[in-house]
Design a binder for this molecule. Structure first.
Ligand code: TRH
Length: 404
């Protein structure tokens, strides 16, 4: 029998939860689906703990679901007794810098580790051309390879657990499971004519207008807002100084419930159970696509406005094959949510208008969401990564032979 492949994943939490969210999923998938021995190095256990509360923020080394979690503090590589031997596969997430000592060990060891830089997700066209490109180290005999997640077949694909779509389908077809889910969350079961929305976004000045639209709608809207930076806006919409997890607020036909941050797997279920999901960043954006439900993305805003191109590149792909008028109304809603409120208001239809037009195409939007998740599901990041690793491994073996 082949010996399991060892893997180190390095993650620095820049801000929020996306970096560790992605790394944790990757670590679990490599361990559970491919029998690999994975160590996940993360510099911020407190953020990790929010997604996965059984993580102990004070423990330098712990095992969680078969993954070894190591607190990556600047001092840990200086402690000689740790004696860290680099793994066969080394993944630095989002261009975080590997510890010098570790890189030196990679050079010194007999076998050659395969070094991957797992990049951020983007739907831009250039991604396919840069995926898998080598980047030789400027001074050391090491090569790192860029690995780009993406939506097109020539990219690295998306993280998707082998059984996720089947679990989603089972959940969505079992009313009892859904009822148990709502009960556990302390949220009443959906009313027959209600629209249930999950809301996870950055601060967004389009939010009050959307709330206002929902409050005036002719059916009940329950908006489940996740705890986070947007709560001050929620408070001011309802004329409160402060709101917190557990609060319920009402305005016309809009009910807002503030949810605590829930465990990552439960958050997937929340998206499976809602009619529409507002998501943000990278990881919740991908999970909303696997939910197979209509969603609206609040892209991570970048200072140089690079996010605007990223947003339109995604929309172009997402709307391919959709009737032009539907593509247009979806674009209006998404642009209004991301750009319209921070740029020239007059250029964009109001969120109210855009929302109404999207609702008019609700059934087509639902069908498209389902088809979209089906279409993407054939391009698994982990399978692509492991195929690439095999290819590099063969090249390394040939190089070794020619050295002899
Ligand atoms: O939190 P985000 O904004 O994270 C990131 C980071 O900002 C990162 O630096 C940036 O580069 C990246 O976005 C693009 O959004 P994201 O990516 O959706 O990550 C949120 C994670 O939190 C995701 O794994 C889902 C999880 N989550 C829960 O586990 N429970 C919850 O209740 C919620 C709302 C989210």
């Amino acid at each position: 029998m082949n010996k399991p492949i060892t893997c180190d994943i390095f993650c620095t939490v820049i801000d929020n939860f996306g970096d560790i969210g992605v790394c944790w999923r990757l670590a679990k998938q490599l361990t559970h689906e491919h029998g690999m021995i994975v160590r996940l190095w993360v510099d911020d256990l407190l953020s990790f703990c929010r997604l996965h509360p059984i993580i102990c923020p004070d423990m330098p080394i712990q095992d969680c679901f078969g993954v070894e979690i190591r607190h990556w503090s600047s001092s840990c590589f200086e402690i000689p007794f740790l004696n860290v031997e680099p793994s066969q596969l080394v993944i630095e997430a989002f261009a975080c810098e590997l510890p010098e000592h570790y890189v030196a060990e990679m050079v010194a060891q007999e076998y050659k580790s395969i070094w991957i830089n797992l990049e951020y997700l983007s739907a831009e066209e250039w991604v396919a051309g840069c995926h898998c490109l080598p980047s030789p180290h400027p001074t050391l005999p090491l090569t790192k390879y860029f690995f780009f997640p993406g939506f097109a077949p020539q990219t690295g694909g998306l993280l998707l657990e082998q059984d996720l779509i089947a679990r989603r389908d089972a959940f969505q077809s079992e009313p009892h499971t859904q009822a148990a889910f709502w009960r556990a969350l302390g949220v009443p079961l959906p009313k027959s004519d209600e629209m249930r929305v999950s809301m996870f976004c950055y601060e967004n000045i389009a939010l009050p207008e959307l709330f206002c639209t929902w409050s005036e709608s002719n059916f009940p809207v329950l908006c489940l807002v996740s705890e986070g930076c947007v709560l001050s806006q929620v408070a001011s919409f309802f004329g409160r100084e402060h709101v917190e997890a557990g609060d319920t607020l009402q305005c016309g036909n809009l009910e807002v419930r503030v949810l605590p941050f829930i465990e990552q797997d439960r958050y997937d279920e929340l998206m499976w159970a809602c009619d529409i999901n507002f998501v943000r960043g990278e990881d919740s954006f991908v999970r909303a696509q696997w939910a197979g439900k209509p969603f609206v993305w609040h892209i991570y805003p970048q200072q140089d406005c690079a996010h605007i191109n990223k947003l339109s590149s995604f929309m172009e792909l997402y709307c391919l094959g959709l009737q032009l008028d539907i593509a247009q109304v979806l674009n209006n809603l998404w642009e209004g949510w991301n750009i319209g409120n921070s740029a020239d208001q007059a250029f964009f239809p109001s969120s109210k208008q855009a929302w109404k037009e999207c609702l008019a195409h609700k059934y087509l939007w639902q069908r498209h969401s389902r088809d979209w998740s089906q279409r993407l599901s054939g391009n698994s990041l982990v399978l692509n990564l492991l195929n690439f690793v095999k290819k590099i491994d063969r090249i390394h073996s040939l190089e070794c032979k020619s050295d002899i």
